[in-house]
Design a protein around this ligand. Structure first.
Ligand code: ZN
Length: 299
């Protein structure tokens, strides 16, 4: 399992210690798998391509995509070889996978595989206990207090709030400010403490087990935008077994996923999930506290 990561680690060690490394860059790439195939977001084939492009342009990843059958068709045949990969990225929000794929995925992350959950991936699998531990908190799918607490910012600390109520909603789509809450973490180190995100859904009232969950960034959900009046978790890390998970709630629309803040945090989150470190620098086009920054549509 995860031979590529091992080789990459050895190569990285060699690059540090060998005076004349004879290494082709392509040999040190990590293997990433995007899972998709069903979503309430009809743009999922396009966003999967966006995510694939973003991973590839880091120069660190080769990327495959494993697409489920359409909704309504049996999913038992869907059984990606997770163990052949270093990283799984979910762009999936659909019917439950077969038991084989679920068991394989639990083993993958539990044994140290990296996982990145993007936007509506945290709507998926409300009744899959291990998955909800991996994403920490999620929304919709009839999530309630039965699924776990809200994560709330109170007097500078993140607390678990077990108040009964729905899990998952959002107000009117708008541009909103992201507030970094941990500027020392590898994913967020060097980013502006506050930056404007492009038009998106600001997910609120997510709830779940929230175990081993660390909030990196929040956004204030204003009552004017039909939100909660709370600082909602936006970027998070979670530990599940030996695995590292990066969870971004951002990415509803194409423009949301072309935000240079989304792109940068996604790429850095993916690297961190695989290695525990981030070597990517913050790009000059990163948004500021005053202005969004959106990449042009691909031609
Ligand atoms: Zn959405």
């Amino acid at each position: 399992m995860r031979t590529t990561a091992l080789i990459a680690g050895i190569l990285a060690a060699c690059l540090l210690s060998c005076s004349a490394p004879d290494v082709q860059p392509s040999q040190s790439k990590y293997a990433a798998l995007i899972v998709d195939g069903q979503s309430n977001h009809r743009i999922w084939p396009t966003t999967s391509q966006y995510l694939k492009t973003y991973l590839e342009e880091t120069g660190m990843f080769t990327v495959d995509i494993a697409t489920t059958p359409p909704a309504g068709e049996p999913l038992e045949t869907y059984r990606p070889a997770f163990g052949d990969y270093d990283l799984v990225v979910s762009n999936y929000n659909g019917e439950p996978w077969g038991e084989g794929a679920m068991a394989d995925f639990e083993a993958f992350v539990g044994e140290g595989g990296a996982f990145v959950s993007v936007h509506a991936a945290n709507n998926a699998f409300p009744e899959w206990t291990a998955y909800n531990e991996m994403i920490g908190i999620g929304g919709w799918g009839d999530r309630t207090e039965r699924h776990g607490p809200y994560v709330r910012l109170r007097e500078g600390e993140f607390v678990r709030d077990h108040t009964p109520g729905i899990g998952g909603s959002h107000g009117i789509r708008h541009e909103f400010q992201i507030d970094i809450r941990d500027s020392e973490h590898p994913i967020t180190r060097g980013l502006p403490l506050n930056w404007m995100h492009a038009n998106d859904e600001l997910y609120d009232r997510l709830r779940g087990p929230a175990k081993n969950l660390h909030v990196l960034a929040t956004a204030f959900s204003t009552v004017e935008s039909e939100g909660t009046g709370e600082h909602e978790p936006i970027l998070m890390t979670i530990r599940y077994g030996e695995g590292r998970i990066f969870h971004t709630t951002l990415g509803h629309a194409l423009v949301s996923q072309r935000c240079n803040g989304f792109i940068t945090t996604f790429k850095r989150g993916a690297e961190w999930a695989v290695t525990g470190e981030v070597t990517q620098t913050v790009p000059s086009e990163f948004p500021t506290a005053d202005a969004v920054s959106v990449r042009p549509e691909p031609q």
